[in-house]
Design a protein around this ligand. Sequence first.
Ligand SMILES: NC(=O)c1ccc[n+]([C@@H]2O[C@H](COP(=O)([O-])OP(=O)(O)OC[C@H]3O[C@@H](n4cnc5c(N)ncnc54)[C@H](O)[C@@H]3O)[C@@H](O)[C@H]2O)c1
Length: 348
Amino acid sequence: MSRILVTGGAGYIGSHMCWELVGRGHEVLVIDDLSTGHEQALPPGTTLLRGQVGAPEIAAALAHEHARSPLAGAMHFAAKARVDESVRFPDLYFEHNTQQTLRLAQQLRELKVPWFMLSSTAAVYGNTSGELIREDHPVAPASPYGESKLRAELGLRDWAASGGERVAILRYFNVAGADPEMRTGQSTPQATHLIKLAAQTVVAFERGQASGASSSVSPTMQIHGTDYPTHDGTCLRDYVHVSDIAGAHLAVMESLMNSTTSSRDARVFNVGYGQPYSVREVLACMQDVSGVKFPIVEGPRREGDVVRVACDSRRLQAETGWAPRFADLKLICQTALAWERRLAARTL
Ligand SMILES: NC(=O)c1ccc[n+]([C@@H]2O[C@H](COP(=O)([O-])OP(=O)(O)OC[C@H]3O[C@@H](n4cnc5c(N)ncnc54)[C@H](O)[C@@H]3O)[C@@H](O)[C@H]2O)c1
């Protein structure tokens, strides 16, 4: 059993990670400012340091916790993660996602914590070309969000080269779904992800029907662009179940812990399935699993959307033995919807 630091542990992906770690007998220390996360998402027994990553008072609390019970390593999920917000407030993103990451890494070096994992994103690739994206695909972020993550990656690589820590960077594709055991899920109402929005639409539709609201105000889903060069005219994305993201971290963690040499470089891993789905296919799947034929409105393209994003994760599979367990769009939609219904029931 090890003690692991999970920043952003009260958020969507971080909370799934905490439950996975605790389920395997590990102890979890969380840093989270609860800006988008929820304390209730944490498993029982988790210690929460409430505040911003890298802040002096959090650094002091971290040192205190480490002295009490040493940390084996760190998983850094905490970040601002909205592309639209990053366009309006780029400096905020460079401060939170880049500078705070590097400050945290330095604090962990002072405590001699031997390994560090960073949550990164397929957004670092920007406009991609080719069938499946490998880690050596050129990077060209199309938003300050992607750029802030890329700068964190580059800073960490330099940092790793100057010390002996083992560092891994995981670039996730489109994360979706919820814990199949319904212990946690995506609880941020302002989330912008397609599957979350579709699940919210179903629930709003069901609530409207339950209250007898007029169908003229029924909730709808928007498709942004139907003239893309794809089989049905809509954009393609690689949706990966959030529990498989947590599983990928476990696999990488084991390989970092079992490695006896210091790497002096940060290893980058893509996490996705390599099976992209179109917007129309996702919406049809959500209608199918919910039984709700919510209206779909077709609109013009949205600025900045990339036609096709699909992941090559062979490096992750070959080097860590990671094998996805939930690579099924239907299961992703079912768990996302079950979680959304649960959230709605709480607020009735
Ligand atoms: N959701 C996705 O599809 C996706 C895809 C690629 C990468 N990622 C990355 O995964 C990570 C987690 O994303 P998520 O979807 O779970 O987001 P989230 O907003 O649900 O979780 C982020 C958590 O970090 C906390 N937080 C934010 N800034 C903080 C700070 N400065 N100090 C301390 N706590 C802070 C929030 O309160 C929240 O609990 C992020 O780094 C994100 O960039 C997410």
